[in-house]
Ligand binder design. Structure first.
Ligand code: ATP
Length: 433
């Protein structure tokens, strides 16, 4: 009797074999490239196999049957019947080909049956295998524990390695920084050395230049020495010549000496005379100085009196000047009727008749239209003198536009008029503007 598990395993094996056989048959007979009679045979084989499959299912369903109870030649037992059934209707020329194909099918079926048997034997020995597998499982568990321990150890090692790596990284960082510092120092040293090298080069060139200059100056000294020696020789010669000349002209020198002595005596006498004259002049100067102080006093008094007179004449004086008609106004009749000698001017009003037709105005002085600039400036002369004496004076012109203010004040001949005062140099400087 087969157990339920064994039967299931057998069913699976037979299903696999069936599918395999079906595939072979369909590959062989149902291809589109085969002739129609071969496809027909394939179809018949499939049907036969399906009926066999059904019988197998029936076999598994009934518990009274066992796989071992099947005869070994069960498949071959049915196949000859099947072959004879298939070949019965076929023409004789197709039979050999079909026989070969069916032989192959038979051999494949045999192979499948032997595989089913092997599977049955496997199912029989499964208990022992389970035990084997359990022992192997135990061994595997032991191995697993070992592996886990190893794994733990490795993890610990890994952690230690990581720690070491971190420490090493820190050290590497420190070393890198030190390396950078060393690099910077090396760079600085390199710069310094380069600078020193340059300095050395410069100093070498300077030394060379100096040595050249030294050589030049040595040459110059030698030349100068030679020139000096020459000059000394020449000087000696000249001195000898001078000595010779002196000895030659000695009598003339004696004459000159006596003449000089006489001249000196005369000069001394003259000096005495001049001294007496200077004393006399000094006394005269003192007298002149006394007279000058008196003169200055008198001059100051005179100035004071003069300015007092100016004050008495009036601190504010008003002069009137009548402007002549210009060239284009020759046909117009003037309104000035009469100019008096004491500063009166009579103005006529043509729009009025009788008493109110003439008005009289009084000034310090009235200048007529024919009066020249010199005459006007002559009257400012006393005021200019007061300015020179240190008094403040202001002269200004007043009148309507075009009445001749600028003409009167800033004549081109004003400078000429100033020169007529015959001023002393310092006064002249202060007056010119
Ligand atoms: N006494 C004079 N004789 C001849 N020409 C004169 C006289 N006075 C003025 N004029 C002429 O009259 C014109 C006007 O004179 P000026 O420019 O001096 O007037 P003003 O009063 O200064 O005028 P404004 O107020 O516009 O400056 C000028 O052409 C000037 O040469």
């Amino acid at each position: 009797m087969l157990s339920r598990d064994e039967r299931m395993r057998l069913k699976v094996s037979s299903e696999v074999a069936k599918i395999h056989l079906e595939n072979i048959v369909s590959d062989t007979f149902l291809s589109d490239s085969l002739p129609s009679w071969m496809s027909h045979i394939g179809q018949q084989v499939r049907e036969v196999l399906q009926t066999r499959g059904k019988s197998l299912d029936n076999l598994q369903a009934s518990d009274s049957l066992s796989a071992s109870s099947l005869p070994d030649s069960a498949a071959s037992y049915n196949l000859p019947v099947l072959i004879s059934a298939v070949l019965r209707d076929k023409p004789p020329e197709e039979v050999p080909l079909l026989r070969i194909t069916l032989k192959e099918l038979l051999s494949q079926e045999d192979r499948l049956i032997s595989r089913i048997k092997a599977l049955e034997s496997l199912a029989a020995g499964s208990g022992e295998e389970v035990k084997l597998v359990a022992s192997q499982l135990q061994l595997i568990k032991v191995e697993k524990n070992k592996i886990e321990e190893e794994k733990f150890m490795k993890e610990e090692e890994f952690k230690n390695l990581m720690k070491d790596r971190d420490e090493n990284q820190v050290q590497v960082e420190v070393l890198r920084k030190e390396l950078e510092i060393l690099k910077a120092e090396a760079k600085e040293q390199k710069h310094r050395l380069e600078f020193q090298h340059k300095l050395e080069q410069m100093s070498q060139t300077t030394i060379k230049e100096l040595s050249l200059e030294l050589e030049k100056s040595e040459m110059t000294v030698r030349n100068t020495q030679r020139a000096l020696e020459l000059a000394l020789g020449n000087q000696k010669k000249q001195r000898a010549e001078v000595h010779h000349t002196l000895t030659k002209h000695f009598p003339t020198f004696e004459e000159l000496k006596s003449f000089l002595h006489l001249t000196r005596q005369e000069a001394l006498q003259m000096k005495l005379i001049w001294q007496k004259e200077v004393v006399a002049l000094q006394s005269q100067l003192e007298r002149v100085a006394v007279a000058a102080t008196g003169y200055h006093k008198v001059l100051a008094e005179n100035r004071m009196l003069y300015n007092e007179v100016q004050d008495l004449k009036g601190n504010i004086r008003v002069y009137c000047r009548v402007r002549p008609f210009s060239v284009g106004q020759s046909g117009i009749q003037g309104i000035v009727n009469f100019i008096g000698e004491n500063g009166e001017i009579f103005i006529r009003n043509p729009s009025k008749q009788g008493k109110g037709s003439c008005k009289v105005f009084k000034f310090n002085k009235v200048y007529g239209a024919s009066i020249s600039q010199e005459e006007v400036f002559q009257d400012t002369r006393p005021l200019i003198r007061s300015v020179l004496d240190g008094y403040n004076v202001c002269i200004f012109a007043y009148g309507q536009t075009g009445s001749g203010k600028t003409y009167t004040m800033v004549s081109t001949r004003i400078k000429v008029y100033f020169l007529k005062f015959h001023l002393t140099a310092p006064c002249k400087r202060s007056c010119e503007y």
